[in-house]
Every structure is written in structure tokens, then in C-alpha cells.
Design a protein around this ligand. Structure first.
Ligand SMILES: NC(=O)C1=CN([C@@H]2O[C@H](COP(=O)(O)OP(=O)(O)OC[C@H]3O[C@@H](n4cnc5c(N)ncnc54)[C@H](O)[C@@H]3O)[C@@H](O)[C@H]2O)C=CC1
Ligand SMILES: O=C(O)[C@@H]1CCC=N1
Length: 256
């Protein structure tokens, strides 16, 4: 995620590569950052010393140890942004010290292509200036909304994890095309463009997705024949349950 965010911010010109300093215990991961001209640090403290906005993009179980490692170096200058699933503002503040400016963001991987769906909430002494700085970064790579922290697990279950569900849908649609005789590359391209175009119609028209579905569905036609199979297969309930299961898992992670 750190790489996807950094590459996205640079691609959209909201940061220069030289503005970014990253650390990772893995030498290979550091080389990835250097490959696009970001600075590699030799410690997390060095990252904090070189940055105004400090991103915490480690796995949830490493968030508290990393914050404790750098807390003495976090000053009034710093906005701390955690993207870790399930790590609450109160646990972040406890590890960082209560007087810090902390923002929780739940992004998703399409930030890499400038199309993230992200949500944020503010904690500690974080103020409107911090919110604006984070909004500026994430709006450059997609959309960001501000929500109450109690909704962040649901955001994680829907848009944080959601790209995986959509990739499954694209893969399965392409498999259907292959089963019906299309070459794989053409099937994947048509499936992905269909998802992209449909998503754009929802966002651009503001019309209810059910209404847009009805516009495709001719009486006695092809679409209703296919659509009936999706309902028989429980696709709708499967997607609802996926979001719910991931939301519950985010809640569980917040209690660990
Ligand atoms: N992958 C995704 O789609 C999303 C992930 N997230 C959150 O982002 C965070 C990172 O997830 P991923 O990027 O998927 O994981 P990842 O495992 O790909 O990246 C984490 C990186 O942290 C490094 N690391 C481990 N210990 C460290 C330390 N002490 N100091 C500095 N770096 C250290 C690891 O070597 C690794 O390169 C997680 O907390 C996850 O909940 C949030 C939204 C979406
Ligand atoms: O699977 C995960 O835990 C992370 C959080 C949201 C997306 N990926």
C-alpha cells in the first residue's frame, strides 16, 4: 500500500518523488522506493525526521511497536496517518502519546491508478488543517470521504477489501467469456472495461444502480436470462455477506 500510495501521489503530481522518505526492514522493498527516486531511510526515526506527514503502512500488529519506536520524535510539525485496518484512534494515540495529531485513513489499492475510494477520521489534536492536507493527497488519487470512526470497519469491509471482490467478478466474467468461446485476452479486456464503464455510469449519472440495470434488461432478452442465473447463484447475498464478514474481521482486529 505504501508503494501504491507513493506512486499514485507522484503520478498525479501532488508530491515529488524527492518529497517521500520510506523505510522498510526488507532491502528489496527499500530498493522499490529508490527505483522511482524516493528516499530510502535507514530507520523509522529517520522517516519521521524527514517528513511532515508520517504514513504508517505496516501490518496492523506492527503499528503500535513502530509508533512507540518513533513517538519521542513526533512533534507539533507532524501529522500521523495510519492506514492499518482495525487500529483505532485510541490505540494509536496511546502508542504515539495523546497529544499527537493522528488521522486514520482506509484507502484501497486503486490509488495506484488514481481511482482510490478512501475514508478518513480525525483523532487526538488533529484539526481541519490536517484533514485538508490528507484530503488534498487522497483526492489527487481518487475520492476521500470523512466519516465517524465507528463507520471505518464498514468502509474497510466495503472499499478497503472491495477491489478483491471486483477482481473476482472480472475474472469470473472473463471465464464466462472464455467458456463461450472468446480468447482470454479479449475476454479480460471486455470484462474489465464493462466494470469500469458501469461504475462510471453510476458515478456520473447519480442514477440508482437498479435503474441502470433495468436499462440493460430487455423483456425476454439476453440480460434477464443471465441475471436470473446470478440471482439463483446467490451472487447478491454473497457480496453482501463478503462486506459483512470483512467488516466483522476489521472489528475483531480492532480488539486484538
Ligand atoms: N493491501 C490493501 O489493499 C490495504 C491495506 N491496508 C492496510 O495497509 C497496511 C499495510 O498493508 P500491505 O501494504 O498490504 O502490507 P505489506 O505486507 O505489503 O506491507 C507492509 C510493509 O511493512 C514492512 N514492515 C514490517 N515491519 C516494519 C517496521 N518495523 N518498520 C517499517 N516497515 C516495516 C514490511 O516489510 C512490508 O514491506 C496494513 O495495516 C493494512 O491493514 C489498508 C487498505 C488497503
Ligand atoms: O486484507 C486486509 O486486511 C487489508 C485491509 C483492507 C484491504 N486489505
Amino acid at each position: 500500500m505504501a508503494e501504491a500510495l507513493a506512486r499514485g501521489f507522484i503520478a498525479k503530481g501532488v508530491l515529488q518523488a524527492g518529497d517521500i522518505t520510506a523505510n522498510d526492514p526488507s532491502a528489496d522493498r527499500k530498493k522499490v522506493f529508490q527505483s522511482f527516486d524516493a528516499n530510502a531511510a535507514s530507520s523509522n526515526v529517520e522517516v519521521v525526521e524527514n517528513s511532515d506527514i508520517v504514513f504508517l503502512a505496516v501490518k496492523p500488529q506492527f503499528v503500535q511497536p513502530v509508533l512507540k519506536e518513533v513517538r519521542e520524535h513526533l512533534t507539533d510539525r507532524h501529522t500521523v496517518v495510519s492506514i492499518a485496518a482495525g487500529k483505532t484512534l485510541s490505540s494509536l494515540l496511546e502508542a504515539a502519546g495523546g497529544d499527537k495529531r493522528i488521522v486514520r485513513v482506509m484507502p484501497n489499492t486503486p490509488c495506484l491508478v488514481g481511482e482510490t475510494a478512501s475514508a478518513m477520521c480525525l483523532g487526538g489534536r488533529a484539526n481541519e488543517e490536517d484533514a485538508e492536507a490528507v484530503r488534498k493527497l487522497f483526492s489527487a488519487v481518487g475520492r476521500i470521504v470523512q466519516v465517524d470512526e465507528k463507520l471505518l470497519s464498514a468502509v474497510t469491509g466495503l472499499s478497503g477489501s472491495g477491489p478483491a471482490y471486483v477482481f473476482l467478478v472480472i475474472e469470473a466474467l472473463a471465464d464466462g467469456g472464455v467458456r463461450a468461446g472468446l480468447p482470454r485476452d479479449i475476454a479480460v479486456a471486455l470484462a474489465a472495461q464493462t466494470v469500469l464503464g458501469s461504475a462510471k455510469m453510476v458515478l456520473d449519472t447519480g442514477k440508482h444502480p437498479g435503474l441502470l440495470k433495468d436499462m440493460v434488461t430487455s423483456p425476454g432478452g439476453t440480460t434477464i436470462a443471465g441475471y436470473h442465473e446470478l440471482e439463483k447463484g446467490g451472487v447478491r447475498a454473497g457480496l453482501i455477506n463478503a462486506v459483512l464478514a470483512a467488516t466483522q474481521r476489521a472489528d475483531e482486529l480492532s480488539k486484538l
